[in-house]
Write a protein that binds this ligand. Structure first.
Ligand SMILES: Cc1cc2nc3c(=O)[nH]c(=O)nc-3n(C[C@H](O)[C@H](O)[C@H](O)COP(=O)(O)OP(=O)(O)OC[C@H]3O[C@@H](n4cnc5c(N)ncnc54)[C@H](O)[C@@H]3O)c2cc1C
Length: 482
């Protein structure tokens, strides 16, 4: 046990952990951030982020009442929740806070969600390019600011156990040996009054993925830092925390070759092809509504009994139209970096090139085209909607097929919290002194259609609000009750 009790320990030195730590340091606390990564530039989603600061693809300056409506339309389970109001009311504050910490934003494209993107933005070519880009600069800057304010970021420290004490908590921490990844060099106990869980979720833990998302975690591709193993969920659960909406994740359909070819993740993603054409499995049948968007598609592919069997089918007009939209579109980038794109002059010729039955695929495409032309896409099984993403006919040769996989960036569900980041038990009571922020927490995104609000904005808001709550409680000497 250390001699002196720390005010607050933050588990995770990614985006939300460092925002919370800096806010608390501004408010007079001396936070200790435990980060399990050992490298100077340890991976976390905050460092790899694309950096678009938006809420439901809306500008953060949008009136909070509009943002709250947008969140409700994105995830009906969030309608009327205090957490949803908190995100809507504080979205702009996150950008203001980051600017005051030294971050710069630029308008990176014509879409509203690109109005405020961390600078410098990522380059417009395929693969993972993070060094010196907005997310990397942000994590480095936030660490430097924290140290200047008297806080501490400790690398190679993995929190893996927690218990209540009379005055707060005792955390068991593994000191990670950088030379023997996965093997702790030693363990120690740290005492503190409050703990903030900011470990980023459970997207990289095969056990949790199998329990909540897919029978085949090995068949979905990590589309982020790969550092979030659900430790925060385990810590919170051991103190009685509730978990919310654990079955959804933020991610995108990627080219299957991304498993072997690092130039094919995290970009380009194939959302535009998926939402304009059709996706079939090994039986050549569609298995979800492509009109619900790329994030939903990634979830449906992951949940399929064989997540590696999904294939997107489209034609020349889609390849030359939506296939070229976006900053790093699949056309020309997928074939340019070695991804397989099959093409043929008829659907019957195309089918065997991707292992599909020609007559079944031809029939499925004909039915789809006929339903689209008749305005009866809802009669398909599964029904296809066009409210968010227009369906396009598959009629113009050449016809194309790309094998897909589901790329997982972060889990949307997580630890139940209130609007100040306080962890909640199943009966709605709080676990006094325990907080969860960022993508470790749940309750905003997800729902029946895997609604995506924005990882950065949720992380920033929950971090600021939890930090302020911890500071006010510690300043007021609030007694922790077990
Ligand atoms: C390629 C990519 C593009 C993205 N683009 C966007 C975008 O444009 N807009 C947007 O809104 N969002 C985007 N996101 C998502 C966004 O980056 C995340 O939502 C955000 O960074 C989450 O912050 P966090 O603090 O919850 O998690 P992270 O930043 O991942 O931090 C979690 C940290 O906790 C550490 N940790 C884990 N377990 C422990 C433990 N037991 N003990 C100690 N430390 C631990 C990890 O090592 C990690 O450093 C993107 C993500 C990726 C990967």
């Amino acid at each position: 046990m250390q001699d002196e009790e720390t005010d607050v320990i933050i588990v995770g030195g990614g985006f939300s952990g460092l925002v919370a730590a800096n806010r608390m340091a501004q408010l007079g606390l001396k936070p200790l951030v435990l980060e399990k990564g050992t490298d100077e530039f340890y991976f976390c989603n905050g460092r790899l982020t694309g950096g678009a600061m938006h809420a439901c693809y809306r500008d953060v300056n949008t009136a909070p009442v509009e943002l709250e409506k947008a969140i409700g339309m994105t995830n009906p389970l969030a309608v009327g929740s205090p957490l949803s109001s908190a995100v809507a009311n504080n979205a702009k504050r996150v950008v203001d806070f980051l600017m005051s910490e030294g971050m710069r934003f630029i308008k990176a494209g014509p879409q509203e969600y690109q109005n405020r993107v961390l600078a410098p933005p990522r380059p417009n070519y395929p693969g993972l390019h993070w060094q010196g880009r907005g997310g990397d600069v942000m994590i480095r800057t936030l660490e430097a600011n924290l140290v200047k304010r008297g806080g501490t970021l400790r690398r190679g420290a993995r929190a893996h156990d927690i218990r209540h004490t009379a005055t707060g908590f005792e955390l068991t921490v593994e000191n990670v040996d950088p030379l023997k990844a996965g093997h702790p060099a030693s363990t120690e106990q740290l005492a503190c009054r409050s703990v903030i869980i900011a470990d980023g979720g459970f997207q990289s833990d095969p056990g949790f993925l199998r329990q909540f998302i897919t029978d085949h975690p090995e068949k979905i591709l990590q589309r982020g830092g790969g550092t979030s193993m659900g430790d925060g969920v385990r810590l919170a659960q051991s103190l009685g925390a509730d978990l919310v909406d654990m079955g959804n994740f933020y991610g995108h359909p990627l080219c299957l070759d991304a498993f072997e070819n690092p130039k094919l993740w995290p970009y380009p993603f194939l959302d535009g092809l998926v939402t304009s054409g059709i996706v079939v499995a090994a039986d050549a049948q569609r298995f979800f509504n492509e009109g619900d968007g790329g994030v939903y598609a990634a979830n449906m592919i992951a949940r399929h009994e064989d997540p590696l069997s999904a294939i997107v089918i489209f034609d020349k007009n889609i390849w030359e139209g939506p296939g070229r939209h976006g900053a790093i579109p699949p056309n020309p980038h997928v074939p340019a970096v070695g991804g397989h794109v099959e093409q043929a002059n008829s659907i019957a010729e195309l089918a065997p090139r991707v292992g599909l039955d020609p007559s079944v695929l031809s029939r499925v495409v004909e039915q789809y085209n006929a339903a689209l032309q008749a305005g009866e896409l809802a009669s398909l099984s599964p029904a296809r909607t066009c409210v968010k993403y227009p369906a396009m006919p598959i009629v113009q040769a050449p016809f194309y097929a790309i094998r897909l996989c589901a790329g997982i960036t972060y889990t949307m569900g997580g630890i139940a919290i209130d609007a100040r980041g306080r962890v909640l038990k199943t009966d709605g009571a709080e676990v006094s002194g325990l907080y969860a922020i960022g993508t470790a927490a749940g309750g905003i995104e997800g729902g029946p259609k895997t609604g995506y609000v924005g990882g950065l904005i949720i992380s920033g808001v929950t971090a600021l609000l939890a930090a302020e709550d911890v500071a006010s409680r510690i300043r007021d000497h609030a007694v922790v009750t077990v």
